[in-house]
Design a protein around this ligand. Structure first.
Ligand code: 1Q0
Length: 215
């Protein structure tokens, strides 16, 4: 019988982004959203310690959010909309500079949200890639079109070096533990619309509340 580690598949991770959509896609359940990220971090860790600088930051942001969820106002952090409403009405968000509330849920989740755009672009590129495509190129193109715009030079540089260590396409597909390359492509085609819905909904909420540039 396969071990738990072997059974862990990217499909199960991406499914969290489907199950976090609530009420006809009109809200996002944060617990499932964070579970999705936790699974992604596990995958990233399996690619080697070269990504530990990314993983540490992602883990610390997930932890901040989970502490809110477990805390005394946990119910207010159940969904994206309830969190935004709660933090804004209670003046719990630093809007212009990080000072009184440096780790608000809104600013912390915004960082993960920006990273979700990278993931969406990267997985879509993988989905339509050919057998000889270079994963490092796909990854850095996706990064340059998304997250890189928010990172200083030193992080962009470190990330570009780390991307070179990514395994080749077939190996990468194997690590996903979904099945044949064709099955991986099908699974990505099935799962990506949910990632996009979560991304688009979050983007719209942040935009409506003028929160897209939180420091
Ligand atoms: C698979 C390769 C992974 C490549 C990850 C690309 C993202 C590079 C990002 C570099 C981030 C560097 C660390 C620090 C950044 C922070 O300054 C920044 C801003 O936060 P703050 O508090 O300073 O304002 N933080 C962020 O931008 C958040 C970054 C979170 C990145 C989470 C990435 C999680 C990756 C998951 C891997 C999914 C792989 C899927 C396919 C796997 C198939 C085997």
């Amino acid at each position: 019988m396969a071990s738990t580690e072997e059974e862990f598949s990217l499909k199960e991770v991406l499914i969290h982004f489907k199950s976090c959509l609530l009420d006809d896609d009109k809200d996002v359940l944060l617990e499932h959203y964070l579970n999705g990220w936790k699974g992604l971090v596990r995958f990233m860790n399996s690619l080697g310690s070269i990504f530990s600088f990314v993983s540490k930051d992602a883990v610390s942001k997930i932890q901040i959010m989970e502490n809110y969820l477990k805390g005394e106002s946990g119910e207010r952090y159940r969904s994206l909309q309830s969190m935004i409403e709660y933090e804004l009405s209670g003046n719990l968000v630093d809007l212009t500079q990080r000072s009184g509330h440096p780790d608000s849920g809104c600013r912390t989740l915004l960082r993960l949200h920006r990273a979700l755009r990278w993931l969406q672009l990267f997985l879509e590129k993988l989905r339509i890639s050919s057998e000889d495509s270079k994963t490092s190129t796909l990854c850095s193109e996706a990064y340059n079109d998304s997250l890189a715009n928010y990172h200083p030079w030193i992080i962009r540089k470190t990330a570009s070096v780390a991307f070179l260590a990514l395994p080749v396409r077939n190996k990468f597909f194997e690590v996903m533990n979904v099945g044949t390359p064709e099955e991986v492509v099908d699974m990505l085609g099935e799962a990506l619309p949910y990632v996009s819905k979560v991304y688009d909904f979050t983007e719209e909420q942040y935009s409506q509340h003028n929160l897209l540039n939180l420091p």
